[in-house]
Design a protein around this ligand. Structure first.
Ligand code: NCD
Ligand code: ZN
Length: 347
């Protein structure tokens, strides 16, 4: 008998791009409808590098929420080679900043202020280890000699294994993992090492980028990988291992920035995030493990209370709009114009 209803603890999104200004106002309701909390990425222009900037941004997010929404943004700092170690202590004391995000300079959207040489931020990472503030890693090398599909694997070999050996007490999350190499690394690592997995990397392999022609709306960082990697991610997400949890990496860009001679990286999934994960878990025959992945593992890792509210989905198909408004333009969401199997039951 197929399941007709999913009733889970209200989930959280542990990796999300909300943007700012008019774009923030366009997208935040999609996330707030589904998730109780989200870790908000700091890659704005200019980046969110201090606790003061994070607090201002948190207030702008709160002010953009629809009336009555119960949604808590959890803030992050953007690590640069100029970040003072003292900022880590301030972040820990703030209560609103829950982690620090590492972007390798040049790896993705607005990463130009990121880190070129990890050794130059060792003193900051040492402060994070000391104050127990998690480091969130965009785990890709930007070495032009490394093939784009190998960027994550090489990052693990060159940087992550040494980093973990140097800072054994550091809590870290390898964000939006895309390879079986990342699954293997996290699976054998100690409990303070975790990973987020996106819905699009659970549902798509790299063929999606080229099906019938170039599909810029499936271009994201890290790039989609081959089917064996997708299968390894799905296995990890549905395994019940508490180190793997939900992070959509929903990353809206206006249509013109995607459908371009040099298109931006990012897939927009916030409009149907939990519904997409439900499809992936159902494919694996493991809907029974969706709640742990979406609502329990992340909260436990960040040592935050599990949510008390619930979210109910029912098997009622709906069609994703061709586009959603995004600031003065529009954004093409994942599954645009196509059908979704699961709907949220308002409650
Ligand atoms: C993200 C964005 O657009 O901000 N893009 C993406 O492809 N995931 C940045 C990121 O997380 O790499
Ligand atoms: Zn991201």
């Amino acid at each position: 008998m197929t399941t007709a209803r999913i009733d889970i603890i209200r989930p959280d999104d542990w990796h999300l791009h909300l943007r700012d200004g008019a774009a923030l106002a366009s997208v935040v309701a999609h996330t707030a409808r589904r998730f109780a909390r989200a870790i908000v990425m700091p890659n704005l222009k200019p980046p969110v590098t201090t606790v003061a900037l994070a607090e201002d941004y948190r207030q702008r997010i709160a002010a953009s929420l629809p009336a009555g929404a119960r949604f808590q943004p959890l803030m992050t700092l953007y690590l640069t080679e100029a970040t003072p170690a003292a900022e880590i202590e301030r972040a820990k004391a703030s209560g609103s900043v829950v982690a620090v995000k590492y972007y390798p300079a040049g790896a993705t959207t607005n990463s130009q202020d990121g880190v070129r040489d990890l050794a130059r931020v060792y003193h900051v990472i040492e402060a994070m280890e000391k104050h127990d503030l998690p480091l969130l890693l965009h785990g890709e090398v930007t070495d032009p000699a490394v093939d784009i599909f190998d960027r994550e694997r090489v990052f693990i070999e060159r940087h992550l294994i040494p980093l973990q050996a140097r800072f054994p007490g550091l809590r870290m999350v390898l964000e939006h993992i895309t390879t079986r190499d990342a699954v293997a690394f996290v699976s054998q690592a100690p409990a303070q090492v975790a990973a987020t997995i996106t819905a699009h990397h659970l549902l798509l392999n790299r063929n999606a980028l080229f099906e019938g022609g170039v599909n810029p709306h499936y271009y994201c960082a890290p790039i989609l990988k081959r089917e064996t990697h997708r299968a390894a991610l799905l296995q990890a997400a549905t395994s019940g291992d508490p180190r793997f949890f939900l992070g959509t990496d929903s990353a809206p860009h206006v249509r013109e920035s995607k459908e371009s001679a040099c298109g931006c990286a990012g897939v927009y999934t916030a409009h149907a995030a939990i519904e997409l994960y439900a499809e992936a878990f159902e494919q694996a025959g493991r809907l029974d493990r969706l709640e742990a992945f979406a609502s329990i593992h992340g909260a436990d890792f960040y040592r935050l209370p599990r949510n008390r509210e619930r979210l109910v989905l029912e098997r009622t198909p709906w069609t994703v709009p061709a586009e959603y408004p995004l600031a003065q333009g529009s954004c093409v969401p994942m599954r645009a114009g196509k059908s979704m199997a699961w709907s949220i039951v308002d409650g």
